[in-house]
Design a protein around this ligand. Structure first.
Ligand SMILES: [Zn+2]
Ligand SMILES: [Zn+2]
Length: 249
């Protein structure tokens, strides 16, 4: 595919992409970078289908659990969980159930997807979380829904002075997409149940960013900055201010 065949709008998209900080990060080789360009235009069909599904079902969503009626619902209507092929089904079922309970909205589990090769950072054997978010953007067409990519692989971003800083999650603030990883939560041979509970808290934190919440100084608030450590055991819920942006009155 040649760039000369692109419409002016696509050319503008390409220009933005080439100038974006994510693109300029080191790539394993030239071929890998080319793949990024091609991928940006030739989206996989599963993503097209997922986007279509999302468009059709957003806005008509209602709580699936009758006992949820009367409780506060999230400001977004539907949450889509996108599991990478390195996740396990029990963890995804746990997240689906508990996120639906927390937000009082339908949480829909999408088919598993392999993570895109262009997001791989070989020197440290992990994925750029920024690239994963960009990868998901084409499916996130509806502003009333959110998409959460879950992976068991290590993910990273560049933060302040830290190049390729390992993280447990990343999201756009505000935005429609977020990603979480339980790779760093597995350390110290933690029991599976504790890992899942911690992953749920990370997911709640990242989804909190998608509605515009910044990091919060309140003790025990889920929007606290992890600062490179796993603080999830100390966090119990959202403080009033953070809650206000996430839930309907
Ligand atoms: Zn955060
Ligand atoms: Zn807070």
């Amino acid at each position: 595919m040649h760039w000369t065949a692109l419409s002016p709008k696509s050319k503008e998209k390409r220009r933005k992409w080439l100038n974006s900080p994510v693109y300029q990060k080191p790539r394993p080789n030239k071929a890998g970078a080319f793949f990024v360009h091609r991928f940006y235009i030739m989206r996989p069909s599963i993503f097209f289908l997922a986007g279509l599904l999302a468009l059709l079902s957003c806005g008509r969503a209602r709580p699936t659990n009758p006992s949820a009626q009367g409780l506060s619902r999230a400001v977004f209507d539907t949450l889509y969980l996108l599991p990478a092929t390195d996740t396990d089904t029990a963890t995804m079922a746990y997240l689906q159930r508990h996120l639906a309970d927390s937000f009082q909205i339908p949480v829909i589990l999408l088919p598993t997807q392999p993570l895109p090769a262009f997001a791989w950072y070989a020197p440290r054997k992990r994925y750029w979380a920024d690239s994963l978010l960009k990868w998901m953007r084409p499916i996130a067409q509806n502003g009333r829904c959110r998409w959460l990519l879950v992976t068991g692989s290590d993910i990273s971003t560049t933060r302040k002075d830290h190049f390729n800083w390992g993280v447990m999650g990343l999201a756009y603030r505000p935005g429609r997409v977020a990603t979480v990883s339980d790779y760093r939560l597995q350390e110290h041979k933690r029991p599976t149940g504790a890992v899942r509970a911690a992953l749920l808290k990370v997911a709640l934190h990242e989804l909190g960013h998608t509605v515009g919440n910044d990091h919060c100084q309140q003790p025990h608030c889920l929007m606290q900055d992890a600062d490179g450590r796993d603080k999830t055991a100390q966090l119990s819920g959202f403080c009033n201010a953070c809650r206000k942006r996430l839930f309907r009155p």
